[in-house]
Design a binder for this molecule. Sequence first.
Ligand code: BJW
Length: 229
Amino acid sequence: MTQPNAKIVILTGAGISAESGIETFRAEDGLWAQHRVEDVATPEGFARDPELVVQFYNARRAQAAEVHPNAAHRALARLEAEHPGEVVVITQNVDDLHERGGSDTVHHMHGHLKGALCAICDHRWPAPMVMAVGDPCPSCNAPAARPDIVWFGEMPYEMDLLFDHLTQADVFAAIGTSGNVYPAAGFVAEARRAGAHTLEFNLERSAVGNQFAEHRLGPASETVTAWVA
Ligand code: BJW
């Protein structure tokens, strides 16, 4: 599938979890059709109505616990097992389906449903299944727990490390992401600059689809599995 010792950087989005039963954001019946993004995925929305936001993520956490990794998650875990030390998964997803599918090297650039974050001191700790507004921070005791999710206007996690990976990439594959949200949508340009071969796996070409050298269109469970085989 690739030459030996090639560094393979994978970016995943909501589309890879769609076949596990988690709705994407921008589909016609997706999450943003049901909730205003400004209300549930911005720090301003949280300040306005923390109860709504905490309930939104409690429901997402409950849903994520009910679903299972699909063939695409498992294929990426196989890829990593077959190319030890050469595969990095960067996910925009806040579920844990990559880890449960067997991947070891996973970076959650938009945070994690299983995490809580103190809005005052930035301490992070494992979230309970059901968070409540005003839950105390175990470090500073402020009643300021929030979901450990990167909202619009906030800095995604580990950006320096992620750009280091991108500049070393020989292969860059984006799977199930619409290319609408930056900085992730800019990763293909960064990988191209580094000389990587770029592939897009999606049902259709994404908003940045014209920047990829190769397209594999179809459900990720089929296209990613065929690629890894
Ligand atoms: C399938 C499939 C199947 C379906 N098989 N495929 C530059 C220009 C303009 C604006 C900006 C810019 N830079 C930054 C901004 C502002 C903003 C932004 O991007 N705005 C845009 C809307 C224009 N970005 C930010 O604010 C980010 N922070 C930031 O930039 O900090 C400053 C900074 C500057 C420079 C460097 C570094 C930092 C933060 C973004 C936070 C995003 N947060 C969310 C919500 C939280 C997570 C959660 O609640 O779960 O993250 S928004 C939402 O979108 C979520 C996702 O991770 C993210 C991406 O969505 P994704 O995964 O692509 O899903 P969909 O639904 O859009 O697409 C699914 C795709 O799958 C589709 O293409 C389907 O076809 C496909 N598909 N089934 C294969 N079976």
